[in-house]
Design a protein around this ligand. Structure first.
Ligand SMILES: [Zn+2]
Length: 151
């Protein structure tokens, strides 16, 4: 039996699906979606087959560029982005972790030179299963969960 759609359809914009539960609100904050005037529909803790739950975001008149899709992977490495036009999915792709993040994260190491110098932070992604990031400046590696809330 086909289950009913859990969130209403949108006419034109993006649907981000397969966001791990608890990450949806962080994504809204990080991309400052709530500061736009676009209509946003979110689903939190939606049912999934594995029982872990997921979040889902639908936002009108908004499309992700490659850089944003990469940044989305920090929150939701397995997310898919559906581009909707006239209520139809015209493009669907999975986010991909880039090899590095520049100017997005703050180094968890309080002694790191990046806190005191006017430089863009730079982290290399070096383990793709449990996301680990290595700081270009202090060369320490950190689990994704070590980083303070991004904003
Ligand atoms: Zn560092």
């Amino acid at each position: 039996m086909q289950k009913k759609l859990q969130v209403e359809a949108i006419e034109h914009g993006s649907v981000i699906d397969h966001i791990p539960a608890q990450q949806g609100v962080k994504i809204l904050k990080f991309f400052k979606f709530t500061q736009t005037k676009e209509k946003i529909t979110i689903g939190l803790n939606l049912a999934t087959h594995n029982g872990e739950g997921k979040d889902l975001i639908k936002i009108e008149n908004t499309f992700f560029n490659d850089q944003q899709a990469n940044q989305l992977a920090l929150f939701a490495p397995n997310a898919t982005i559906n581009q909707i036009k006239d209520f139809k999915v015209v493009n669907k792709f999975q986010v991909q972790l880039p090899s590095s993040f520049i100017g997005v994260l703050v180094c968890p190491n309080s002694n790191c030179i990046s806190h005191n110098e006017p430089v863009n932070t730079r982290f290399y992604v070096h383990q793709k299963n449990s996301l680990k990031l290595k700081c270009h400046y202090c060369e320490k590696s950190f689990e994704r969960s070590t980083f303070d809330e991004l904003d």
